[in-house]
Each structure stands twice: as C-alpha cells, then as structure tokens.
Design a binder for this molecule. Structure first.
Ligand SMILES: Nc1ncnc2c1ncn2[C@@H]1O[C@H](COP(=O)(O)OP(=O)(O)OP(=O)(O)O)[C@@H](O)[C@H]1O
Ligand SMILES: [Mg+2]
Length: 493
C-alpha cells in the first residue's frame, strides 16, 4: 500500500499527479495546472532522478449526463464536476554513459508531475548546442533550444519533407539547403517550378531573424542553374545530353520506352546504320533511318525519336557532369515549363548518371533533392525515373548519395522510397490517406502526434530522425535567403 502524506501539496511548477494503473511507457495524470498537448513534463524516479515525459493527449471528464445537459439547455442550474486529465509518454533519462533509457519500473501512482526544466529537455533530447555537423533548422517548439540535424545522417540516410500544399515544404527545404551551403555540401535540386533561384538573394531582414539568431545572406555565385528550356528560364544555362554518350538502353529510357527487350535490337540496328553513315550522327539521322523500316517496333521508335528531337535535349556535346556537379555548391535543374514526360526523362538521366559516377567515386558525395517527388517515383504506375530513384533510395547511402524527397502526397509516392527516408520533416497534413502513409512509414510516431500533424500551424514541423531518438516539434527558423515560392496574392488589400 502507498500512503502519501496529506501535507504534500502542489509545488509551484507541479502540473498534476499520476493516477490509475501506471504503465512503463505511459501514464495518466490529473491536470491541476494548464499544460498543452506536446508539452514536456518530468517525474522524479527513485532510482534515476528526473525522467523526461511528454503530454500526448488530454481530455476533460465530467459527470454531466445527457439529461442534465438538456436541462442546462433549458436554463435550469446544474452543478457539474469536471476534471482535466492527460495521457503522458515516458521519453527517458540519460544514464552514466550518456544513453537515453526508459525506467524499467513504472512510476508510483500519486507521484508528482512537473513541467520539465529546460536543462532536462536539452539533456535528454540532445538539443541546444552548436555542432560542427549540425544543420540548424529551428527551435524546439515553445523553447529556446536549437534543433540541429546531423548532416552526415541526412546525406547518408535520406530525408523526406511532407506536407499538404502550401504547408511550407519549399520554405523548409530552403532552410535546409542554406545549411548545406554553409557546410559546403554538394547539392543537386530537381526544381520543377523554378523556385530555388532565390537562394542567390538575401531575405529582407525582420524581427523574427533576431529571435532565431539568423543572419540574412544570399549565396549568389554558389548557386548554378541549368534548364532544358533556357529561353523561358533566362538565368539558367541550357541543359543538354550528348547522343554519343548514351548507350542504347539509356537512349530508350530517354525515349520513354521502358519495355527495353522488344526495342533494344531494332534501336541497335538503327544506331549501327547511323555510325556506318558517319561517326558524328545526329538525332535527325536516327529519325530518318527509323522511318526506312516498316516493322511496328521501328514505327514506334521513329515516333519516339521524333519526339526526342523536338525536345532539343540532345546536342552534339551534352552538358558535362563535371560542370553540372560543382563541389560544395548547389546546382538547380530548373524544369519550369518543361512537359511532364520530358521532366521524367531528365530526372531519370541526371539521377542515373549521378548514381553511376558516385559509385565510381568520380564526383563528390552529394545530396540529391527531388521536389514534387510523387511525380517522379509514383506509387501507382511508373515514371521513367521510378527505377533509378528506387535504386538510389535502396543503395545510395552506401555510395554517399543522399536522397531528399519533397511531396504534398505521401500516399502517392512509392512506398519503398518513402520508407527508406530516415529523417522526416513533416508539416501540416490533413488528407487521411497521406496521414496513413506517413504513420506506416515512420517508427515511433504516436497516435497523439499523428493527430497533431493535422493542426500544425504554418512554420511548425515534426522532425523525426536526423540524429534525434524521439520525434520533436520544431518552429522552423526564418530563411536567410528569399523564399521563391511565396503564395501569389489574387486580390490586394
Ligand atoms: N516557416 C515559415 N515561416 C514563415 N512563412 C512560411 C513558413 N513556411 C511557409 N511559409 C509561407 O507559407 C507559404 C507556403 O509555403 P511553401 O511555398 O513552402 O509551401 P509548399 O508546401 O511548398 O507548397 P506547394 O505544395 O504548393 O509547393 C509561403 O507564402 C511561405 O512564405
Ligand atoms: Mg513547394
């Protein structure tokens, strides 16, 4: 039996007491002082001292039944007994070796629950300090503790940025890229909307920058930009691929023909005929030669070669990979105005070439970002880029090739790609299918957290992985550079 001395009253920072059956990882508490869902709490454990906990859920219980509620509605006074109770999750304490442990004996019913002190939160979560390998993405929600993601983990173990449209994905990705630029990590960004050129320019300074201790800064000449449509995107250099450097299989992928077996032999015949004519053959020669054959496979090849010719993506001397990937800098592949099927081909080709050359160690370790990734590795059907992105997700980390996928439809992206991402940055998501896909692909996400994701304000992200052993809510720091994806105002004030 347990007898608590009646003189023990609420301490100043006490929020309530544990009651009912107490589990190892969870407990219920009555709440005598207001706390919010997600707040950090502490309970003193006899053996290990203060243990960090988090309020996962809270609700009000009352003795008001439906009949009395009805009476109340008719103006009859009624006495209601109500109580605020919560459900808390045990995060743990740091042991002598610095490891986070959860007590192996449950807390006692009646034990005091306090608001956790900043030192305990920082210590157990591993927050607040500057690290040489840290990407500063924001502050722990409601606290002044820095959230820094381990850059080695980001690049080695892949990242996903998930939120509904307008949820702040591109803004947060911009923050991450600024950090990678500061740490001189080589990045290639597939930029379907041409949003990231603004990384060159410093953001207009405001009060929020001071709160988060962020200096505004533009990255000017450390950002290079390429586009298959350099007319529409004048800041970009033209992105082209060399016909000579493509082997027949690659050319087929480029043509959007995934059924390699049936087209490989006829394409090889055309290529042999072309090199017989001249070693400097062009795509026009291939179109011409394909039209001279009558079999159906050649007719389809003819059609697809004509299409590739129109895209003007193939030039005598294509863009060299050494130009495209510049050590320590960011390369934007601006696909604004480019047809969706051509976008897929470009992503397939660039990702494939980067992966092959990374395997051979010919280019530095790098971070490959795919915006609107559900279009390039869809769960249903297939895109020209699906296979290579799945391979990079599965094997890239062995070769120092980190993948970052950004999507507004977690349910529509290939599950094997999503589940390979060990760091997730999740902003507001409301679609039930997307929430289900997120819950299935992330370990350690509680029901309470999944509910909280639905009502996150713009600028707050749930961070899982990235060197932290427990998911945490982070107020995203302001951009040092200008955000290029501002929502467009339709009506001015
Ligand atoms: N942390 C933040 N602080 C301040 N403003 C933000 C923040 N995050 C996003 N915003 C603003 O919210 C709007 C939408 O953000 P953003 O462009 O990043 O959304 P998105 O998720 O990429 O949308 P889409 O799916 O349409 O690409 C922008 O106007 C942006 O300036
Ligand atoms: Mg966006």
């Amino acid at each position: 039996m347990l007898i608590w001395a009646p003189s023990v009253e609420f301490a100043v920072d006490e929020v309530g007491r544990i009651y009912g059956d107490v589990g190892l990882g969870r407990f219920q508490l009555n709440l005598a002082h207001p706390v919010e869902r997600g707040d950090y709490l502490s309970v003193v454990d006899e053996l290990h001292g203060s243990v960090l906990c988090q309020l996962d859920d809270l609700h009000r219980t009352s003795d008001l039944d439906v009949d009395r509620a009805d009476e109340l509605g008719h103006g009859a006074p009624t006495l209601v007994h109500e109580r605020l109770v919560g459900l808390a999750r045990v995060i743990g304490y740091r042991d002598d070796q610095g490891l986070v442990k959860v007590p192996t004996i449950p807390f006692r019913p009646g034990a005091q629950v306090f608001r956790a002190e900043e030192g305990l939160i920082a210590g157990v979560l591993g927050l607040g300090h500057h690290s040489a390998v840290g990407a500063y993405v924001g502050l722990l929600r409601g606290h002044a503790l820095r959230v820094e993601l381990d850059i080695n983990q980001l690049v080695q173990r892949h990242v996903s940025v998930l939120a509904k449209t307008g949820g702040g994905k591109s803004y947060l990705l911009g923050v991450l890229i600024e950090e990678l630029l500061r740490h001189k990590v080589t990045c290639v960004i597939i930029d379907p909307h041409g949003e990231y050129g603004s990384l060159r320019e410093a953001a207009p300074k405001n009060g929020v920058h001071a709160k988060f201790k962020v200096e505004v800064q533009g990255f000017g000449n450390r950002i290079q930009e390429y586009s298959p449509d350099a007319t529409l995107n004048p800041k970009a250099k033209p992105l082209t691929f060399s016909l000579k450097n493509l082997d027949p299989r690659e050319l087929l992928i480029f043509m959007g023909l995934t059924n390699v077996k049936s087209f490989l032999a006829p394409l090889k015949t055309i290529l042999e005929e072309a090199s017989g004519r001249s070693p400097e053959y062009s795509i026009k020669d291939l179109v011409d030669l394909a039209s001279r054959h009558e079999e159906p496979a050649y007719q389809l090849l003819h059609e697809r070669l004509e299409y590739v010719e129109q895209t003007r993506l193939l030039a005598p001397h294509g863009t060299k990979l050494e130009e495209l990937v510049r050590k320590g800098d960011v390369t934007l592949i601006n696909l604004r105005g480019v047809a969706p099927d051509v976008q897929e081909l470009v992503v397939a080709r660039i990702s494939g070439t980067i992966f092959d050359n990374r395997k051979k160690g010919k280019i530095p370790p790098l971070f490959l970002v795919i915006e609107e990734a559900h279009n390039f590795a869809p769960q249903q059907g297939s895109a020209a880029s699906s296979r290579v992105l799945k391979n990079i997700a599965a094997e890239g980390r062995k070769f120092g090739l980190g993948l970052c996928i950004v999507t507004q439809r977690a349910a529509r992206i290939d599950k094997s790609v999503l589940s390979q991402c060990n760091t997730q940055l999740i902003l507001q998501v409301t679609n039930p299918l997307d929430l289900k896909a997120i819950a299935q692909s992330i370990e350690g996400l509680t029901e309470g957290m999944t509910e909280m994701i639905q009502s996150l304000p713009v600028g707050v992200a749930l961070v899982t992985g990235g060197g932290y052993h427990t998911p945490l809510f982070c107020e995203v720091r302001p951009r040092a550079t200008r955000h290029g994806g501002e929502s467009i105002r339709v009506v001015e004030n």
